[in-house]
Write a new protein. Structure first.
Length: 408
């Protein structure tokens, strides 16, 4: 009996994915649940030793020794030895092999599903790090602009062109920008550390992924797993049907016995001596033990197997509903994120132009410092919104790929 393909093997079409594929391989290697499933795969594989055995259980050796200590049998001695083993029932071996094969297949599908789950965790951690990096970029731009405006304010105050309050306003903005940058840099370091912990050393650099083409819904790992569980449950039910009784046993035994028999007829000759007639015998035989089937034994097993099939069927139907709904929601989310990103880009373009005009107006004395910072705040809001929208698009792409069951 040969075992199925190696645990965790994936079709060639799923072995590419750039940064995500490389980092996912690293993450799966150190994932505790994945390693546990691989150990379970090896444990189930060990059951092929039973399938390939001549007996479903362990052969046995038995024996006993008996001696008469009282009665009219003098020096009676009996010794018996027996060897035997359980026997396969008709069809039981093939049914057991089917449970091993389907059990291995189920573990393979659970490994694929776990890989998809790890990919989801990795995607979330990736975009958390990218969002933190965008926040740092916006905060750093804010600091640079605040310092530039602050230097201009200080010069104007020193020349007497602006009041001291303008210099204080500029200083306040600069300190606020530097505080935001320090917080953003701290958040970025935390996000990077979390990502590195998932991958075992790889940082969240590069380009993650693009939208993947849709796959056949039946090939989704979240559906393949309960379907494999259903196949395994059916095989288990067939094993129950093939095992209506405990395994019969057959044994071959040998017995050796002897005793001393003393005989005489004193009625004929009172003086006749007592004679010893030693008897002994050697016996060889076959012993068979066949249990009787009962409803008390079989009905609970049969009911449990059918209940497992019903549970697997219900789980498959529930998973299919959830997968279809998640794919639909992810597509809607991506479309909305793309529309929002387009609007955010347009708003940032307008805000940048508005800020440049306001700076020129401020230098010409046509705009107060307070109004300049109000326009600058509008530009900052537009920058943050544009950064968040760009991250939202990338996150939506990853969620759609995740919903479609793509794990490179």
């Amino acid at each position: 009996m040969t075992s199925p393909k190696k645990a965790g093997a994936r079709p060639p079409s799923q072995r590419s994915g750039g940064v995500l594929a490389k980092h996912l391989e690293m993450a799966v290697l150190i994932d505790a649940q994945s390693r546990s499933l691989e150990a379970q795969f090896r444990a189930i594989t060990g059951r092929y030793a039973t399938v390939n055995s001549i007996s479903p259980g362990s052969p046995y050796f038995a024996g006993y020794q008996r001696n008469a200590v009282a009665g009219n049998l003098r020096n009676y001695n009996e010794t018996e030895a027996e060897v035997g083993m359980p026997l396969w029932l008709p069809g039981q071996r093939d049914a057991l092999a089917a449970t091993v094969t389907t059990g291995l297949f189920e573990v393979e599908e659970r490994l694929a599903l776990r890989r998809l789950e790890v990919a989801g965790v990795l995607r979330n951690a990736w975009w958390n790090a990218q969002r933190a990096a965008r926040d740092v970029s916006v905060a750093r731009s804010r600091v640079e602009t605040a310092r530039d405006i602050g230097a201009d304010m200080t010069r104007r105050v020193e020349l007497g062109e602006s009041p001291q309050t303008d210099a204080l306003l500029a200083k306040n903005e600069t300190l606020g920008a530097e505080t935001e940058l320090a917080q953003a840099e701290g958040a970025l370091k935390v996000a990077q550390v979390n990502y590195v912990a998932l991958t075992g050393g790889a940082p969240p650099d590069g380009v993650l992924e693009s939208v993947r083409p849709a796959i056949d819904i039946e090939e989704h790992p979240a559906l393949r797993t309960p379907r494999a569980a259903l196949v395994r449950a059916r095989a288990q039910a067939e094993l129950v049907d093939a095992t209506p009784i405990d395994n019969p046993e057959i044994g071959i035994f040998g017995r050796q016995e002897h005793n001393d028999q003393y005989a005489t007829d004193r009625s004929l000759d009172p003086l006749e001596p007592i004679t010893n007639q030693r008897t002994d015998a050697t016996t060889v035989g076959v012993r068979i033990r066949i249990p009787i089937p009962t409803e008390g034994r079989n009905e609970p097993r049969r009911a449990e197997a059918l209940a497992e099939m019903d549970r697997a069927t219900a789980e498959y139907e529930r998973a299919k509903r959830m997968v279809l709904a998640e794919i639909k929601a992810s597509r809607e989310s991506l479309a909305a994120a793309q529309r929002a990103a387009s609007l955010a880009n347009s708003r940032l373009t307008v805000a940048n132009e508005q800020f440049e005009l306001s700076r020129k107006a401020f230098k010409l004395g046509e705009l107060s410092a307070f109004d300049l910072y109000r326009v600058r705040q509008i530009q900052l809001d537009a920058q943050r919104m544009q950064a968040n929208a760009a991250i939202a698009v990338g996150t939506a792409i990853s969620r759609l790929n995740q919903a479609q069951g793509y794990a490179p």
